[in-house]
Design a protein around this ligand. Structure first.
Ligand code: ZN
Length: 729
């Protein structure tokens, strides 16, 4: 864990290199430099037993100014460099030539007169004037909470050996997704109160942290000395907490997405000094657990051939779609097959795996459209699966989510958990973990690619290698069908604009696909490259960017809508994903409010459906390139859509009319079908049933280029969008 201090004059960053990442066969270790806002000249030191260590910073190298010939660990001055730190873009720092990095330390300071002595604790004491261990300790009651339920927290802080002098301060940090702390209304949500203090303590401010826009800092000042062992008790009433199970721990504020528990404490022991957070082992943790099982999700494939057996997955979750720790067998659920006007009893769920999921093999079915229904006598679990269409020969329709984040960037959940969950719980056919390229190191990327390759099982589950790039033109996700992908960071001056990026990947058009997302939020379209940008994510947990007046959008609109992009002549197919930050592609936590750890995402996770010849990286990628895909708000709605026998995503020629043909099988009543032609709805119907086939002919000759896409709206509010079909006159 790195340590970062600053006062009005100087910064000090102490980075223990045991945190640095290595990869077999790589000559260097690397790590993200912890950041807060800073710009200025900095002095680089390294505490090492290496003879000729090298620090590499983007593309610049720092070498020892004086090499001592002593063998033991000693501080080497590595020179100075102008440093510009920003909350959102931690630089990558690489170290070469180290013998035993686990014991080495790097120190970066703006104080040119500072000369470090000794190891980590010594340098820390040199800067702070005291030991971190002597700051004190904190406890929180309760330290286990249930997702989504209000909690009244009681925090007990006990001052350490140093005590706190009059004028000293404590700071409590609360994640912004929790109720906003306030001290005015004792009956109101977020009420925070000092209920006991052994020395007079006064709350000075409650404001968004300058270290992270996702935290609120509450700062309080002591009006008299708090003696060693003196206590402070603070209560905080949180009506809104967290809806994803997670253990908050750690006190380190190095990154804006550091996972501190609510009311994590930093202490400034005297008027003149630094805020230092409590030692991790002296600080409280808080675990959020899933609620009782409340929902049953039934998932079957969308297509099957006659004679083929069908796998039904059932997943019990709490009301926020979290896997519950309680065994739901007592649910006493009956399953029924519905289709062709008949109902057939399938008995109760069998073949549980884990506590919360089951997998049943169903007998082959005759041609038709079917769904599985679940009911429990209490009425608690009522559920309907997605539709399955059984035919003599059927297309392959695959479901996936290729936009999700994990603890490798600003989310939670390990990448291993991500792949396990995507395949076994979300029942996805394909997925991609697209962590933010700017928040992991090169060595971590090598390891992440290995993991993606390991989890790719052709015919069963496809993992695409991907990452998210953020730069001045907004966010883009990069994917390949290959087993490696060059990493591009928008924080790296070499790849901070799309113009530079296109130059780097030139010639790889057949290997890389680039998909912009939440275009309404921040996407700029001037540098569009049609060879790479073949698709756009029309929907995710941010909402839908389809048009500027979407209901499914609550964020600012600094970007451009999908309709606007299409009207400019760009030919893009549609995908939908989650963009969740809880390591759960295609089946993320969902609720009435903030559904991510920090990032405020207000909608449920979306899904992409792909028509492909088989389930392999190559074919999934090719179908994406050919735009043989459609987007939904998370429901596995079956859609086929053709114009003049061209399938979705195709380009054709106007031959006198557009003969439109389609079929939709919903997961709820289909309330409306709309055909969009060049931004306008030119045909619609209100089927008010779950299965509908339609055809229509458009005779109105286009001026030049015309695009059509189908928009499906269900009675339950879910939506789907087919990729457009283009006709040229
Ligand atoms: Zn994302």
């Amino acid at each position: 864990m790195s340590i970062y201090y600053e006062d009005s004059r100087d910064i000090y960053i102490i980075v223990p290199l045991r945190d640095a990442k290595s990869y077999p066969s790589r000559p260097n270790v690397d790590l993200l430099l912890p950041t807060r806002r800073f710009a200025g000249e900095c002095y680089f030191w390294i505490y090492t037993n290496a003879k000729h260590p090298i620090i590499e910073f983007w593309n610049e190298r720092l070498l020892p100014r004086k090499v001592a010939d002593k063998d033991g660990r000693r501080w080497l001055f590595m020179g100075k460099k102008a440093l510009k730190l920003d909350l959102a873009s931690p630089p990558i720092i690489r170290f070469y030539g180290l013998k035993d990095p686990a014991g080495d330390i790097c120190l970066i300071t703006s104080n040119k007169d500072f000369i470090p002595h000794g190891g980590f604790a010594d340098v820390e004491r040199q800067i702070l004037g005291y030991n971190r261990e002597s700051l004190g300790m904190s406890q929180i009651i309760p330290n286990v909470a249930i997702v989504g339920r209000p909690v009244k927290f009681r925090l007990i802080f006990t001052a350490g050996l140093a005590g706190i002098k009059r004028g000293g301060r404590i700071r409590l940090t609360i994640p912004r997704i929790f109720s906003k702390p306030q001290i005015k209304d004792p009956d109101g949500d977020g009420y925070l109160e000092i209920v006991k203090a052994d020395a007079q303590l006064e709350i000075l401010s409650i404001e968004v942290s300058r270290d992270s826009w996702e935290w609120i800092d509450v700062t309080a000042e002591f009006k008299e000395d708090l003696i060693p062992g003196g206590k402070v008790i603070i209560c905080y009433k949180a009506g809104r907490t967290q809806i994803v199970p997670f253990r908050y721990e750690g006190t380190d504020r190095s990154y804006w997405f550091s996972k501190m528990p609510p009311m994590a404490i930093s202490v400034m022991p005297s008027v003149r000094g630094y805020f230092a957070h409590l030692a991790q082992e002296h600080s409280h943790t808080l675990t959020f657990k899933a609620d009782m099982p409340d929902r049953l999700h039934l998932i079957i494939p969308s297509h099957a051939r006659t004679g083929e057996r069908i796998v039904l997955h059932g997943i019990f979750t709490d009301k926020f779609r979290n896997l519950s720790d309680d065994h739901p067998k007592h649910a006493n659920v009956r399953l029924k097959l519905i289709g062709r006007g008949l109902e057939e009893d399938l008995g109760g769920p069998r073949n549980f795996y884990g506590r919360y999921a089951f997998k049943m093999l169903l007998d082959p079915l005759p041609k038709g459209v079917y769904r599985i229904k679940a009911e429990s006598p209490s009425g608690r679990f009522v559920s309907l699966s997605n539709p399955i269409k059984v035919e003599d020969s059927s297309p392959n329709l695959y479901w996936g989510d290729i936009h999700a984040h994990s603890e490798m960037s600003d989310g939670i959940g390990s990448p291993e958990y991500f792949y396990w969950h995507a395949r076994n719980i979300a029942c996805l056919d394909f997925a991609a973990l697209t962590d933010h390229a700017c928040y992991f190191t090169d060595n971590e990327w090598l390891w992440m690619q290995d993991l993606a390759n390991m989890h790719n099982k052709p015919g069963k589950f496809v993992s695409l290698i991907g990452f998210e790039w953020s730069g001045r033109e907004g966010d883009r996700n990069f994917y390949t069908w290959r087993d490696e992908l060059p990493l591009l960071r928008g924080t790296n001056p070499r790849a901070d604009s799309l113009r530079k990026v296109w130059r780097i990947i030139e010639g790889m058009e057949k290997e890389i696909i680039v998909i912009p997302h939440h275009s309404l939020l921040n996407v700029k379209w001037e540098s569009h490259n049609p060879s790479f940008e073949r698709l756009i994510e029309i929907y995710s947990m941010w909402g839908s960017s389809e048009s500027a007046d979407m209901q499914l959008w609550r964020m600012p609109k600094h970007g451009i809508s999908v309709m606007q992009i299409l009207s400019e002549g760009s030919k893009l197919g549609f995908t939908a994903g989650s963009d969740n930050h809880d390591g759960r592609a295609g089946f993320s936590g969902e609720g009435a409010y903030y559904t991510s750890i920090y990032v405020p995402l207000g909608f449920r996770s979306g899904l992409t459906a792909i028509y492909a010849s088989d389930l392999s990286r190559r074919e999934i990628f090719n179908s994406l390139r050919r735009r043989r895909c459609y987007a939904t708000t998370g429901e596995r709605i079956i859609i086929s859509f053709q114009i003049n026998d061209l399938c979705m995503g195709s380009e054709g020629v106007w031959d006198g009319s557009a003969r439109i043909k389609g079929e939709v099988h919903g997961t709820s009543r289909i309330s409306r079908l709309e055909l969009i032609r060049n931004g306008e709805t030119i045909w619609s119907m209100q089927p008010n049933r779950m299965d509908v086939a339609f055809s229509w002919e458009d005779h109105q000759s286009p001026d030049e280029l015309v695009y059509y896409y189908l928009r499906v709206e269900q009675a339950d509010g879910n939506l789907a969008w087919t990729s457009p079909i283009w006709l040229t006159r």
